[in-house]
Design a protein around this ligand. Sequence first.
Ligand code: PLP
Length: 478
Amino acid sequence: MTVDEFRHWGYRLVDWIAEYLENVERYPVLSPVRPGEVRSRLPDSPPEAAEDFARIFADFQQHILPGITHWQSPNFFAFYPANNSYPSILGELLAAGLGVQGMLWQTSPACTELETHVLDWLVQLLGLPDKFSSRCQGGGVIQDTASSATLCAVLAARERASDGTTNANGIVQRFTAYASTEAHSSVEKALRIAGLGSAALRRIAVDDTFAMQPQALEAAILADRQAGRVPFFVCATLGTTSTQAHDPLRPIGEICRRYGLWLHVDAAMSGTAAICPEFRWIHDGLELADSYCFNPHKWMGVNFDCDCFFVADRKALIASLAVLPEYLRNAASESGEVIDYRDWQIPLGRRFRALKLWFVLRSFGAEGIRRMVRRHVTMAHQFADWIASDSRFELAAPVSLNLVCFRLRADDIANEQMLHCLNASGRLYLTHTRVRDRFTLRFCVGNLRTEPHHVQQAWQLIQRTAEQLLPSMPVPLQ
Ligand code: PLP
């Protein structure tokens, strides 16, 4: 590709993206392709000769686009969102253009310093305890995902609990870790990768709101201590994946302090809400935590991937992850005046993700992000009110922020059918979970483009689908 072709196609693609995003609701939200369909349209072997970009892009539109599920659709209510936004896309483009690999401060000082700076901004914006700021003993780093952040927290905690001997000699202690029955699967995965195994994880019971019960946590820790095991790590969740429940950080943190456990807080989706003072209650007790993460790529308009991971004691994290080969030595690192983020994460290399985060924070302003969060929470609560006022439906869990769990007052099969019909319509996308072992639909409002009329249309479609599936159920009078 020549530079002139690059310019030509660059402009064309930006136009195409703008057009796509402005009209994204025209596409079926969930891709209707069958397994293998996309591959069946691709040649078996790679091209020997260079191909014209016009042809490549035509193939993208013809063969790839039908296999896309449209996460940016205003009718995407599935899982938790993965938002992008115009400034974030431009940040990604610029990062790709610069092609920076920021493993060391020296390999691009701005990549490191901008990251440190915007993560310190987030400490202010979310009202995180000062200890998570680089100006104190801690600091923030951008990871790809919350799963990686949790793994780093587990590794740092493991090393702290064994005075650094695990990295040196392997695991000799019988470590145990704790998370609620509702915690994300990434906690178990992290323990597996850390060599501790799934069996090291104690699943702590939850209360009626699906939040961890601190007394049960303490009892489990005491039982393990009595059995000669070494309790070392607790993961508390703010905004569980199934129902958006929030574990009570203060009593959990006090227990962690009492027995010397590392407390990691996984606020993957819900952390963004703390930018609004009225939702900051989720962070009550956060000053007792050792680490915290949330994903701007979920609910802050920053393209996937971008997880912000904060530690209270950066030395503990670095001690668990730093290995220094000769070929990475340099004067700046040895001066002790710079951060080398390679020591704060699993891989060596790293992308310039701070650029998109910086663009978003400046283009939206804190006020813009607050407005978005409030709109989503208001729409979710409106949807919950509609569910609660229709006798054919029930809420399956308390609604805290922007996730509504609901079901038809019918058996699992009817609810599964309803989900299938809704998604097959192409007009929206919902996913499910099990709440108290019953099939439950999840409706998460978190897309930048979602307006009240999208939520209203979704509700009307859900009502109509219920009528078709269960014609004998009385339709409530409006
Ligand atoms: N933690 C929670 C509470 C989540 O809801 C999710 C995903 O939805 C994750 C962790 C994993 O996120 P990631 O894809 O960033 O690893």
